[in-house]
Design a protein. Structure first.
Length: 256
């Protein structure tokens, strides 16, 4: 990806995102992160990630960053408390990976953050009571995952999917998945949904081309299956949902 394309994706992403150099100083912070923590980007440049980390998370955060630099892990996810500029703590889900240059030398950390309370509220609305174990598995999965109704409307999107699409889950939920697919993608999607609902297949796998709200496209392999979950423990009538998993297999390219 060109520097210009990366800058556009980084800055326009609805997911709070930051770049850190190896000593913990901020290299860049996008608008969504500024809105979340109350700082301007120039103010971020004067801080280190430890100064924004709640004291209770200093040791775990530092340890994971050092472990990544040592090459023992490629990425990590953790629940972490940040300190807002106004002084109050914000509990977030943090996902961090280490980027390398052409010589395979570590360059900077790329971190993406989502406020945990907002994520939990969305998930509670999407899942009927009695399905907490399934909800937890999807929420923590590093695989981009969506829960769809039989019309192809996104009911739930996990953090990995919002990262894949470069937008907040608020932008994805209640939106038709077909609207995010390239020309012809919606037709193919509904053909696969019909085949699953009718019981012709247990799962469907195909290649898809996503179009992000920012105007970028991303290719992926899609795997979709039918999931029946009880509406409640008291009334165990089944609600049909479609589970979509994505595997990214291309670099981000600008749609012309």
């Amino acid at each position: 990806m060109s520097d210009e394309a990366f800058t556009a994706v980084f800055q326009d992403s609805e997911v709070p995102t930051l770049l850190l150099v190896q000593d913990g100083r901020f290299l860049r912070a996008n608008t969504a992160l500024c809105d979340l923590l109350g700082y301007t980007e120039p103010e971020f440049m004067k801080l280190t990630f430890m100064e924004l980390t709640h004291s209770s998370d200093h040791s775990p955060s530092y340890g994971l960053f050092r472990t990544m630099l040592a090459g023992e892990i490629a990425q990590f996810h953790m629940i972490k408390k940040y300190v807002h500029k106004a002084g109050h703590p914000i509990t977030c889900l943090l996902s961090t990976s280490l980027t390398y240059d052409k010589k395979k030398d570590a360059v900077y950390f790329l971190s993406q953050i989502q406020e945990l309370d907002r994520l939990q509220r969305r998930e509670d609305q999407a899942w009927p009571p009695g399905n907490e174990h399934v909800q937890q598995a999807f929420s923590c999965s590093p695989i981009p995952t969506a829960l769809l109704d039989s019309d192809g409307v996104i009911i739930y999107a996990n953090y990995a999917l919002s990262t894949f699409c470069g937008c907040d889950t608020d932008i994805l939920v209640n939106r038709k998945l077909g609207d995010l697919l390239a020309t012809g993608g919606a037709t193919a999607l509904h053909e696969h949904i019909a085949a699953l609902v009718q019981g012709s297949f247990k799962s469907r796998r195909w290649a898809v081309q996503f179009r992000s709200p920012q105007g970028f496209s991303k290719a992926a392999n899609a795997l979709m299956s039918l999931l029946s979950v009880p509406s409640s423990q008291a009334h165990p009538s089944e609600t049909r949902r479609l589970v979509l998993h994505l595997q990214d297999h291309s670099s981000l390219t600008h749609s012309m």
